[in-house]
Design a binder for this molecule. Structure first.
Ligand code: ATP
Length: 241
């Protein structure tokens, strides 16, 4: 559609001392799509999310949002520009209710209190959290807390949502429920989703495209069927090189 948006990483390089966490990675995420980001431990997946959200600079390299270079934006400005993420440690206001946490996010985006509450309720229904709206954040179960942290990221109305292992620590049923919700987000919000997830079966089911990192370099990108049968990807995962 005409309101398609694009988030691009070009030639991303990040080093920590002598460790090349990312070396020359290009990646494109479009609204409407779910892009899986996979790779063995230490491949650079989390570092890539940090670069795309302004938490980590790339030198050289650039982040391009709808054709505009946003490489110099810091994390809060990236969030305002429409690039959202959820955090491992949920960072919720624990003494407030679930809905109040979402209202605060909406107010921060300039909504009136009633608009922020209406938006919050809608997002809670998408996340299948309606029953928790009046609950204190401090009293949530682990898996509900993780869902609320995603809901809060959505309350900032992002064009792009970057999710770093959102199902980690969940059991199989909780993971399946969360993935069903994540699959519905691009159509609901006209957003693009970048998903890091270790379970290969989950990734293959949920993603439109998959980008494979290995040792800080791009190994392959394509649709799940192509990635599944890519010899270089199989080698990286089986480790027989
Ligand atoms: P995992 O699947 O284990 O979470 P990953 O693919 O997310 O791994 P990153 O966490 O991005 O990989 O790490 C890439 C490399 O950069 C690793 O070698 C890691 O040890 C290193 N690294 C990441 N962050 C830092 C840091 N802040 N300081 C030093 N080294 C770091």
């Amino acid at each position: 559609t005409s309101d398609r948006q694009t988030l691009e990483a070009r030639n991303v390089h990040v080093s920590f001392g002598g460790i090349h966490a990312l070396s020359g990675v290009d990646l494109v995420l479009n609204t409407g799509d779910i892009l899986g980001l996979i790779g063995p431990n230490g491949a650079g997946k989390t570092t890539m999310v940090n670069v795309l959200t302004g938490f980590q600079a790339s030198k050289p390299g650039a982040i391009i949002l709808n054709g505009k270079d946003v490489s110099r934006l810091r994390a809060p400005e990236m969030a305002r520009a429409g690039i959202g993420r959820s955090f491992q440690a949920a960072r919720l206001f624990r003494n407030l209710t679930v809905l109040e946490n979402l209202i605060i996010a909406g107010l921060g985006m300039g909504l009136s209190k009633s608009a922020a509450a209406a938006q919050g309720r809608e997002i809670l229904s998408w996340m299948e959290l309606e029953g928790h709206s009046e609950q204190l954040a401090s009293s949530l179960s682990y898996s509900s807390e993780r869902r609320v942290s995603i809901a809060r990221a959505l309350a900032l109305n992002p064009a792009f949502v970057l999710l770093d292992e959102p199902a980690s620590g969940m059991n199989e049923a909780e993971c399946a429920a969360l993935m069903r919700i994540i699959t519905s987000l691009p159509a609901r919000m006209n957003c693009g989703v970048l998903l890091i997830e270790h379970n290969m079966q989950v990734i293959m089911e949920v993603c439109d495209r998959i980008h494979v990192l290995d040792g800080g370099r791009s190994l392959a990108e394509g649709c799940p069927d192509k990635i599944k049968s890519n010899p270089a990807v199989l080698r990286a995962y089986l480790g027989d090189d």
